[in-house]
Design a protein around this ligand. Sequence first.
Ligand SMILES: [Zn+2]
Ligand SMILES: [Zn+2]
Length: 351
Amino acid sequence: MSDKMLAVMKKERDKGAELVTVDIPRIKPDELLVKVKATSICGTDAHIYNWDEWAQGRIKPPMIFGHECAGKVVQVGDQVSRIQVGDYISAETHIPCGHCFQCLTGKRHICQNLKILGVDIDGCFAEYVAIPEVCAWKNDQGLPYEIAAVQEPFGNATYTVMESQVSAKIIAIMGDGPIACFATGIAKAVGAARIFAVGEFPYRVNLLKKMGADVALSILTHDPVKEIMDATSGEGVDVVLEMTGVQGAIDNGFQVLKKGGTFTAFGIPSSKIQFDLANGIIFKGANIIGINGRRMFETWFQLSNLLKYKKVDISPVITHKLPLKDFHEGMEAVVSSNKEVGKVVFFPEAR
Ligand SMILES: [Zn+2]
Ligand SMILES: [Zn+2]
């Protein structure tokens, strides 16, 4: 193999990204070298591309970004024991330290010293990526590459839904991004009795419907609070899954939450939000759950069962499949204003 590869790099502290030819990464003793078969764009990558406030504070160019991927292991470091050359893996993007309180008590996904692939170390928008062995999830050989690549965000949705205990309950999902679409399919699969999905963009509201929402509403054309309260005899829903981080959606979520219900927060606000603690939580006796990433690796076992036994078909959410050299085309679809896009997957081997 040649010692150079194609990669997408954030070169400057500025908007955009460049396609570059760079050296194939050299692995450390606890790392694997993975030939990337498929890699997908996450909201985080759009933040890095747009060089917003969060990216300016966290990202240190020059670096290769991207963190959602699947591929074949082509080389392993001396200390690697669980994974072998030839294994087909997906990347868990949490890189835990292994020795803090959280790591030692089964909560590696909220490690105090957590690093993130493609954020704190070079990522997978490339032909090859080096990942620590601890982040490797072994896939079944038959799993399609594009499905394997999006298991990480599908895992966010799985963790959110499973932690919220939605079975036989009436739920509302706030958001229309790929993770909200995945969550809709998962909630349906695990037996939510009725799913209200509240989005914005018509193309994506249609995806929510395709993924199994009983009622899918756009805030552009509907008053979601009125519609949900009317449909639930004024009681509201048992569970709200908040997947936007947007003030208006969070307010709507607390308004439609039934007394004693569960509000699960996953969407990350870009700044501090205003909050009615008294009416939203205290008088309601609401349960609040915060979701960060995925449990390592309980969530992966659950999500892979959902995929393997075909409980959820996520193919409608994968709307764009492109060679990696067409990176800009894919990223422009993600950052476009009409959001006629679900998940964008790149195939580095495609020409
Ligand atoms: Zn992601
Ligand atoms: Zn730790």
